[in-house]
Design a binder for this molecule. Structure first.
Ligand SMILES: [Zn+2]
Length: 439
Protein backbone atom coordinates (compact mmCIF):
# COMPACT_ATOMS: atom_id res chain seq x y z
CA UNK A 1 0.00 0.00 0.00
CA UNK A 2 1.47 3.27 -1.01
CA UNK A 3 0.40 6.25 0.92
CA UNK A 4 1.66 9.72 0.23
CA UNK A 5 -0.08 12.46 2.09
CA UNK A 6 1.23 15.94 2.12
CA UNK A 7 0.94 19.45 2.99
CA UNK A 8 1.75 21.83 0.25
CA UNK A 9 2.74 25.09 1.68
CA UNK A 10 2.45 27.60 -1.07
CA UNK A 11 4.33 30.60 0.15
CA UNK A 12 3.11 32.95 -2.52
CA UNK A 13 -0.52 32.40 -1.60
CA UNK A 14 -0.20 33.26 2.03
CA UNK A 15 -1.96 36.36 3.25
CA UNK A 16 -1.27 38.04 6.58
CA UNK A 17 -2.52 36.05 9.54
CA UNK A 18 -3.55 39.00 11.61
CA UNK A 19 -3.92 42.50 10.37
CA UNK A 20 -1.59 44.95 12.04
CA UNK A 21 -2.95 45.88 15.45
CA UNK A 22 -5.67 43.29 15.35
CA UNK A 23 -6.20 41.96 18.84
CA UNK A 24 -8.97 39.46 18.49
CA UNK A 25 -7.80 36.33 16.68
CA UNK A 26 -11.31 34.93 16.49
CA UNK A 27 -12.25 37.64 14.05
CA UNK A 28 -9.10 37.06 12.02
CA UNK A 29 -10.75 35.74 8.90
CA UNK A 30 -7.61 36.18 6.91
CA UNK A 31 -6.02 33.67 9.22
CA UNK A 32 -8.64 31.07 8.43
CA UNK A 33 -8.20 31.82 4.76
CA UNK A 34 -4.53 31.22 5.18
CA UNK A 35 -5.05 27.82 6.63
CA UNK A 36 -7.65 26.88 4.07
CA UNK A 37 -4.81 27.13 1.64
CA UNK A 38 -2.93 24.34 3.31
CA UNK A 39 -3.67 21.97 0.50
CA UNK A 40 -2.94 18.31 0.19
CA UNK A 41 -0.58 17.61 -2.63
CA UNK A 42 2.61 15.94 -3.54
CA UNK A 43 5.33 18.09 -2.15
CA UNK A 44 9.06 18.16 -1.90
CA UNK A 45 8.79 16.73 1.56
CA UNK A 46 6.96 13.45 1.21
CA UNK A 47 5.99 11.25 4.07
CA UNK A 48 8.05 8.11 4.36
CA UNK A 49 6.93 4.98 2.64
CA UNK A 50 5.21 2.50 4.90
CA UNK A 51 7.39 -0.17 6.30
CA UNK A 52 6.46 -3.78 6.53
CA UNK A 53 4.91 -4.58 9.85
CA UNK A 54 7.09 -6.70 12.06
CA UNK A 55 4.67 -8.80 14.00
CA UNK A 56 6.08 -11.14 16.54
CA UNK A 57 5.03 -12.63 19.79
CA UNK A 58 5.89 -10.29 22.54
CA UNK A 59 6.00 -11.71 26.00
CA UNK A 60 5.91 -8.32 27.66
CA UNK A 61 2.66 -7.59 25.87
CA UNK A 62 1.21 -10.88 27.01
CA UNK A 63 2.24 -9.98 30.54
CA UNK A 64 0.27 -6.77 30.36
CA UNK A 65 -2.73 -7.23 32.62
CA UNK A 66 -4.38 -3.88 32.07
CA UNK A 67 -8.06 -3.48 31.37
CA UNK A 68 -10.17 -0.65 30.08
CA UNK A 69 -12.52 0.27 32.89
CA UNK A 70 -15.67 2.29 33.22
CA UNK A 71 -16.02 3.50 36.81
CA UNK A 72 -18.74 5.56 38.46
CA UNK A 73 -17.31 8.87 39.71
CA UNK A 74 -19.32 12.00 40.26
CA UNK A 75 -16.79 14.81 40.76
CA UNK A 76 -13.17 15.84 40.41
CA UNK A 77 -12.37 14.73 43.94
CA UNK A 78 -13.47 11.17 43.20
CA UNK A 79 -11.57 11.30 39.91
CA UNK A 80 -8.44 12.46 41.71
CA UNK A 81 -8.80 9.57 44.15
CA UNK A 82 -9.14 7.11 41.25
CA UNK A 83 -5.90 8.41 39.74
CA UNK A 84 -4.22 7.76 43.07
CA UNK A 85 -5.57 4.21 43.13
CA UNK A 86 -3.91 3.62 39.78
CA UNK A 87 -6.64 4.32 37.26
CA UNK A 88 -5.19 6.05 34.23
CA UNK A 89 -8.19 8.25 33.46
CA UNK A 90 -8.64 8.85 29.78
CA UNK A 91 -12.25 9.91 29.39
CA UNK A 92 -14.69 11.73 31.59
CA UNK A 93 -18.42 11.78 31.12
CA UNK A 94 -21.24 12.72 33.38
CA UNK A 95 -21.06 10.37 36.32
CA UNK A 96 -18.43 8.03 34.95
CA UNK A 97 -14.78 7.91 33.94
CA UNK A 98 -12.98 5.50 31.66
CA UNK A 99 -9.37 4.50 31.57
CA UNK A 100 -6.76 1.83 32.08
CA UNK A 101 -5.90 -0.06 35.23
CA UNK A 102 -3.85 -3.09 36.09
CA UNK A 103 -5.42 -5.97 37.98
CA UNK A 104 -3.90 -4.79 41.26
CA UNK A 105 -5.42 -1.34 40.74
CA UNK A 106 -8.79 -2.85 39.81
CA UNK A 107 -8.83 -4.55 43.18
CA UNK A 108 -7.94 -1.33 44.97
CA UNK A 109 -10.60 0.59 43.11
CA UNK A 110 -13.22 -1.95 44.13
CA UNK A 111 -11.95 -2.02 47.69
CA UNK A 112 -12.10 1.77 47.72
CA UNK A 113 -15.86 1.60 47.27
CA UNK A 114 -16.01 2.57 43.61
CA UNK A 115 -18.49 0.89 41.31
CA UNK A 116 -16.93 -0.64 38.20
CA UNK A 117 -19.50 -0.65 35.42
CA UNK A 118 -17.44 -2.28 32.71
CA UNK A 119 -14.08 -3.98 32.27
CA UNK A 120 -12.46 -5.04 28.99
CA UNK A 121 -9.05 -6.67 28.68
CA UNK A 122 -6.45 -4.73 26.71
CA UNK A 123 -6.15 -7.67 24.29
CA UNK A 124 -9.54 -7.01 22.87
CA UNK A 125 -8.57 -3.84 21.05
CA UNK A 126 -5.10 -3.96 19.62
CA UNK A 127 -4.49 -2.28 16.29
CA UNK A 128 -1.61 -2.12 13.92
CA UNK A 129 0.47 0.99 13.35
CA UNK A 130 2.95 0.37 10.58
CA UNK A 131 0.53 -0.54 7.81
CA UNK A 132 -2.77 1.18 8.44
CA UNK A 133 -1.15 4.20 10.03
CA UNK A 134 2.00 4.41 7.96
CA UNK A 135 1.51 8.14 7.55
CA UNK A 136 2.56 8.59 11.15
CA UNK A 137 6.25 9.23 11.70
CA UNK A 138 8.08 6.82 13.93
CA UNK A 139 11.14 8.10 15.74
CA UNK A 140 13.62 7.44 12.96
CA UNK A 141 11.37 9.14 10.42
CA UNK A 142 10.80 12.07 12.75
CA UNK A 143 14.51 12.63 13.13
CA UNK A 144 14.91 12.34 9.37
CA UNK A 145 12.32 15.08 8.77
CA UNK A 146 13.98 17.31 11.38
CA UNK A 147 17.34 16.84 9.68
CA UNK A 148 15.82 17.59 6.28
CA UNK A 149 14.29 20.77 7.65
CA UNK A 150 17.54 21.88 9.24
CA UNK A 151 19.40 21.18 6.01
CA UNK A 152 16.84 22.93 3.83
CA UNK A 153 16.61 26.02 6.04
CA UNK A 154 20.10 26.57 7.45
CA UNK A 155 19.69 30.32 7.84
CA UNK A 156 16.67 30.03 10.10
CA UNK A 157 17.17 26.80 12.00
CA UNK A 158 19.43 24.74 14.14
CA UNK A 159 18.89 21.23 15.42
CA UNK A 160 20.31 19.91 18.66
CA UNK A 161 19.67 17.36 21.35
CA UNK A 162 18.51 18.54 24.75
CA UNK A 163 19.34 15.24 26.41
CA UNK A 164 19.07 11.50 26.18
CA UNK A 165 16.33 9.14 27.20
CA UNK A 166 16.57 6.12 29.48
CA UNK A 167 17.40 3.95 26.45
CA UNK A 168 19.83 6.48 25.01
CA UNK A 169 17.75 8.13 22.30
CA UNK A 170 18.32 11.83 21.70
CA UNK A 171 15.54 14.27 22.51
CA UNK A 172 15.72 16.65 19.58
CA UNK A 173 14.88 20.33 19.55
CA UNK A 174 14.51 22.26 16.33
CA UNK A 175 15.22 25.92 16.89
CA UNK A 176 13.80 28.51 14.53
CA UNK A 177 15.73 31.70 15.05
CA UNK A 178 18.00 33.22 12.40
CA UNK A 179 19.91 35.34 14.92
CA UNK A 180 20.99 32.80 17.48
CA UNK A 181 21.85 29.19 16.77
CA UNK A 182 22.14 26.01 18.78
CA UNK A 183 22.14 26.63 22.49
CA UNK A 184 23.24 30.26 22.24
CA UNK A 185 21.12 32.43 24.55
CA UNK A 186 18.59 34.81 23.11
CA UNK A 187 16.91 37.95 24.36
CA UNK A 188 14.03 37.39 21.97
CA UNK A 189 10.72 36.29 23.48
CA UNK A 190 10.65 32.50 23.40
CA UNK A 191 7.90 30.07 22.43
CA UNK A 192 8.21 26.32 22.96
CA UNK A 193 6.13 23.53 21.45
CA UNK A 194 6.60 20.02 22.76
CA UNK A 195 4.85 16.72 22.27
CA UNK A 196 4.70 13.03 23.02
CA UNK A 197 5.34 13.01 26.77
CA UNK A 198 2.94 10.07 26.64
CA UNK A 199 4.04 7.27 24.37
CA UNK A 200 0.76 6.25 22.71
CA UNK A 201 -0.19 9.83 21.83
CA UNK A 202 1.42 9.60 18.40
CA UNK A 203 -0.76 12.28 16.88
CA UNK A 204 1.00 14.85 19.05
CA UNK A 205 4.31 14.15 17.37
CA UNK A 206 2.66 14.76 13.99
CA UNK A 207 1.23 18.11 15.07
CA UNK A 208 4.51 19.45 16.43
CA UNK A 209 6.58 18.11 13.55
CA UNK A 210 4.26 19.24 10.79
CA UNK A 211 3.90 22.68 12.33
CA UNK A 212 7.67 23.00 11.99
CA UNK A 213 7.41 21.89 8.36
CA UNK A 214 4.61 24.33 7.68
CA UNK A 215 6.28 27.30 9.34
CA UNK A 216 9.54 26.79 7.48
CA UNK A 217 7.95 26.12 4.14
CA UNK A 218 6.09 29.39 4.63
CA UNK A 219 9.04 31.25 6.04
CA UNK A 220 8.88 34.03 3.48
CA UNK A 221 5.22 34.76 3.98
CA UNK A 222 5.02 38.04 5.93
CA UNK A 223 3.14 36.58 8.88
CA UNK A 224 5.56 33.72 9.33
CA UNK A 225 8.57 35.92 8.72
CA UNK A 226 7.47 38.37 11.37
CA UNK A 227 7.65 35.68 14.05
CA UNK A 228 10.75 34.01 12.69
CA UNK A 229 12.57 37.33 12.72
CA UNK A 230 11.50 38.44 16.18
CA UNK A 231 10.97 35.34 18.32
CA UNK A 232 13.03 32.42 19.59
CA UNK A 233 11.00 29.33 18.67
CA UNK A 234 11.75 25.76 19.72
CA UNK A 235 9.90 22.63 18.66
CA UNK A 236 10.48 19.34 20.47
CA UNK A 237 8.31 16.76 18.70
CA UNK A 238 8.97 13.81 20.95
CA UNK A 239 9.92 13.99 24.61
CA UNK A 240 9.42 10.23 25.08
CA UNK A 241 10.76 8.43 22.01
CA UNK A 242 11.54 5.28 24.03
CA UNK A 243 7.90 4.90 24.94
CA UNK A 244 6.65 5.81 21.48
CA UNK A 245 8.92 3.24 19.86
CA UNK A 246 7.95 0.62 22.41
CA UNK A 247 4.30 1.29 21.70
CA UNK A 248 4.65 0.32 18.04
CA UNK A 249 7.57 -2.08 18.15
CA UNK A 250 5.59 -5.24 17.55
CA UNK A 251 3.35 -3.90 14.82
CA UNK A 252 0.50 -3.77 17.28
CA UNK A 253 -0.28 -0.89 19.53
CA UNK A 254 0.46 -1.56 23.16
CA UNK A 255 -1.38 1.39 24.66
CA UNK A 256 1.82 2.39 26.41
CA UNK A 257 1.83 5.71 28.26
CA UNK A 258 5.01 6.01 30.32
CA UNK A 259 8.70 6.12 29.58
CA UNK A 260 10.84 2.96 29.77
CA UNK A 261 12.59 3.27 33.11
CA UNK A 262 13.06 0.01 34.95
CA UNK A 263 11.42 0.50 38.32
CA UNK A 264 12.25 -1.04 41.64
CA UNK A 265 10.27 -4.27 41.65
CA UNK A 266 10.77 -4.86 37.94
CA UNK A 267 7.90 -2.95 36.37
CA UNK A 268 8.53 -0.39 33.64
CA UNK A 269 7.94 3.26 33.26
CA UNK A 270 7.29 6.55 35.00
CA UNK A 271 4.47 8.87 33.96
CA UNK A 272 6.53 11.78 32.68
CA UNK A 273 3.60 14.16 33.09
CA UNK A 274 3.54 13.41 36.82
CA UNK A 275 7.30 13.64 37.32
CA UNK A 276 7.83 17.42 37.30
CA UNK A 277 8.60 19.17 40.54
CA UNK A 278 5.28 20.90 40.97
CA UNK A 279 3.49 19.63 44.10
CA UNK A 280 5.13 16.39 43.02
CA UNK A 281 3.23 13.20 43.78
CA UNK A 282 0.58 14.83 45.88
CA UNK A 283 -2.94 14.47 44.47
CA UNK A 284 -3.75 12.55 41.31
CA UNK A 285 -0.55 10.51 41.09
CA UNK A 286 0.17 6.93 41.98
CA UNK A 287 3.10 5.78 44.08
CA UNK A 288 2.70 2.26 42.68
CA UNK A 289 5.46 1.73 40.10
CA UNK A 290 3.30 -0.51 37.93
CA UNK A 291 0.52 2.09 37.67
CA UNK A 292 0.18 4.14 34.52
CA UNK A 293 0.11 7.30 36.65
CA UNK A 294 3.28 6.45 38.61
CA UNK A 295 5.00 9.69 39.60
CA UNK A 296 8.48 8.16 39.86
CA UNK A 297 10.72 7.71 42.91
CA UNK A 298 11.32 11.46 43.21
CA UNK A 299 10.67 14.62 41.20
CA UNK A 300 12.74 14.78 38.03
CA UNK A 301 13.89 11.21 38.50
CA UNK A 302 13.67 10.70 34.73
CA UNK A 303 16.18 11.87 32.14
CA UNK A 304 13.37 13.00 29.85
CA UNK A 305 11.84 15.40 32.37
CA UNK A 306 15.28 16.56 33.47
CA UNK A 307 16.04 17.41 29.85
CA UNK A 308 12.94 19.59 29.65
CA UNK A 309 13.69 21.13 33.05
CA UNK A 310 17.24 22.05 32.07
CA UNK A 311 16.10 23.29 28.69
CA UNK A 312 13.50 25.62 30.21
CA UNK A 313 15.67 26.85 33.08
CA UNK A 314 18.48 27.70 30.67
CA UNK A 315 16.13 29.94 28.68
CA UNK A 316 14.65 32.73 30.80
CA UNK A 317 13.34 34.31 27.61
CA UNK A 318 10.59 31.67 27.24
CA UNK A 319 7.16 33.29 27.51
CA UNK A 320 4.79 30.67 26.12
CA UNK A 321 4.75 26.89 26.06
CA UNK A 322 2.41 24.38 24.53
CA UNK A 323 2.60 20.68 25.34
CA UNK A 324 0.52 18.45 23.09
CA UNK A 325 -1.36 15.44 24.38
CA UNK A 326 -4.31 13.36 23.23
CA UNK A 327 -7.19 12.97 23.60
CA UNK A 328 -10.54 14.61 24.60
CA UNK A 329 -10.36 17.93 22.69
CA UNK A 330 -9.54 20.16 25.60
CA UNK A 331 -7.36 23.19 26.23
CA UNK A 332 -5.97 23.09 29.77
CA UNK A 333 -4.13 25.65 31.83
CA UNK A 334 -2.84 25.79 35.43
CA UNK A 335 -3.51 24.80 38.00
CA UNK A 336 -3.50 21.12 37.29
CA UNK A 337 -2.30 20.27 40.77
CA UNK A 338 -4.74 22.34 42.78
CA UNK A 339 -8.49 22.62 42.67
CA UNK A 340 -8.16 26.34 43.36
CA UNK A 341 -7.99 28.84 40.51
CA UNK A 342 -4.74 30.63 39.78
CA UNK A 343 -4.08 33.20 42.49
CA UNK A 344 -2.68 35.87 40.21
CA UNK A 345 -5.71 37.36 38.50
CA UNK A 346 -3.74 39.13 35.80
CA UNK A 347 -2.07 35.87 34.81
CA UNK A 348 -5.39 34.09 34.99
CA UNK A 349 -6.87 36.59 32.57
CA UNK A 350 -4.03 35.97 30.13
CA UNK A 351 -4.48 32.20 30.42
CA UNK A 352 -8.22 32.44 29.95
CA UNK A 353 -7.93 34.79 27.00
CA UNK A 354 -5.39 32.60 25.26
CA UNK A 355 -7.39 29.45 26.00
CA UNK A 356 -10.52 30.99 24.53
CA UNK A 357 -8.65 32.01 21.40
CA UNK A 358 -7.12 28.54 21.05
CA UNK A 359 -10.63 27.15 21.33
CA UNK A 360 -11.76 29.35 18.48
CA UNK A 361 -9.19 27.77 16.19
CA UNK A 362 -9.53 24.17 17.26
CA UNK A 363 -13.05 23.70 18.57
CA UNK A 364 -11.56 22.25 21.76
CA UNK A 365 -13.04 23.14 25.14
CA UNK A 366 -10.99 25.51 27.32
CA UNK A 367 -10.84 24.99 31.07
CA UNK A 368 -8.62 24.98 34.11
CA UNK A 369 -6.76 21.69 34.09
CA UNK A 370 -7.94 20.58 37.53
CA UNK A 371 -11.59 20.92 36.53
CA UNK A 372 -11.00 17.46 35.03
CA UNK A 373 -9.24 16.10 38.08
CA UNK A 374 -6.39 17.28 40.22
CA UNK A 375 -3.10 15.91 38.89
CA UNK A 376 0.22 17.03 40.27
CA UNK A 377 3.67 17.13 38.74
CA UNK A 378 2.74 18.14 35.20
CA UNK A 379 4.69 20.26 32.74
CA UNK A 380 2.45 23.30 32.75
CA UNK A 381 2.22 23.81 36.51
CA UNK A 382 5.97 23.46 36.80
CA UNK A 383 6.73 25.88 33.93
CA UNK A 384 4.34 28.43 35.34
CA UNK A 385 5.60 28.05 38.91
CA UNK A 386 9.23 28.27 37.91
CA UNK A 387 9.18 30.94 35.29
CA UNK A 388 5.63 32.24 35.04
CA UNK A 389 5.50 30.82 31.54
CA UNK A 390 2.07 30.78 29.96
CA UNK A 391 2.01 27.03 29.56
CA UNK A 392 -0.86 25.04 28.09
CA UNK A 393 -1.75 21.40 27.62
CA UNK A 394 -3.81 20.53 24.57
CA UNK A 395 -5.71 17.26 24.64
CA UNK A 396 -6.34 16.88 20.93
CA UNK A 397 -8.52 14.72 18.72
CA UNK A 398 -10.61 12.67 19.05
CA UNK A 399 -13.18 13.81 21.53
CA UNK A 400 -13.79 10.33 22.85
CA UNK A 401 -13.01 6.66 22.56
CA UNK A 402 -15.48 6.18 19.73
CA UNK A 403 -13.36 8.46 17.57
CA UNK A 404 -10.43 6.07 17.82
CA UNK A 405 -9.07 6.99 21.22
CA UNK A 406 -5.30 7.22 21.11
CA UNK A 407 -5.28 5.66 17.66
CA UNK A 408 -7.65 7.72 15.52
CA UNK A 409 -5.95 6.73 12.28
CA UNK A 410 -4.04 8.63 9.65
CA UNK A 411 -7.20 10.19 8.27
CA UNK A 412 -7.37 12.76 11.05
CA UNK A 413 -3.83 14.09 10.66
CA UNK A 414 -4.52 16.74 8.09
CA UNK A 415 -7.41 18.40 9.88
CA UNK A 416 -5.87 18.20 13.32
CA UNK A 417 -2.58 19.60 12.06
CA UNK A 418 -4.37 22.36 10.16
CA UNK A 419 -6.43 23.41 13.16
CA UNK A 420 -3.43 23.31 15.41
CA UNK A 421 -1.26 25.33 13.06
CA UNK A 422 -3.78 28.11 13.54
CA UNK A 423 -3.55 27.80 17.30
CA UNK A 424 0.25 27.63 17.19
CA UNK A 425 0.42 30.76 15.04
CA UNK A 426 -1.85 32.48 17.49
CA UNK A 427 0.50 31.56 20.31
CA UNK A 428 3.37 33.09 18.37
CA UNK A 429 1.31 36.23 17.87
CA UNK A 430 1.11 36.85 21.62
CA UNK A 431 4.54 35.57 22.64
CA UNK A 432 6.16 39.00 22.29
CA UNK A 433 4.12 40.16 25.28
CA UNK A 434 1.34 37.89 26.57
CA UNK A 435 0.35 40.55 29.07
CA UNK A 436 -0.99 42.66 26.27
CA UNK A 437 -4.02 40.36 26.56
CA UNK A 438 -4.69 41.58 30.10
CA UNK A 439 -4.49 45.26 29.34
ZN1 LIG B 1 -0.96 12.62 27.50
Amino acid sequence: MKKTLFFLLACALISPVFAEGERNPESGLSFRQLLSRVAVSNSSLALPEPEAAVVKDDLSLLADDRSWLTVAASDKYQRTRLLELGLDIVEIEKGVVRGFARESAVREISAGGFRIDDKVSIYNFDKDFPLADAAYHNFGETVEVLKQLAAAHPDETSLFSIGRTVEGREIWALRINPAEKGTAPSARPGAVFMANHHAREHLTNEVALLFAVWLLENKNAPEARKYIDTLDIHIIPTVNPDGAEYDIATGKYRWWRKNRSVNAGGSYGVDLNRNYDARWCEAGSSTNPSADTYCGPYAFSEPETRAIRDFVLARPNIKTLLTYHTYSELILYPWAGSAEPLENKTDLKVFETMAKAFAGFTGYVPQQSSDLYVATGDTTDWAYMQRRIFAFTFEMTPKRWGGGGFYPGAGVIEKVVGDNIKAAMYMLSVTDDPYKLAR
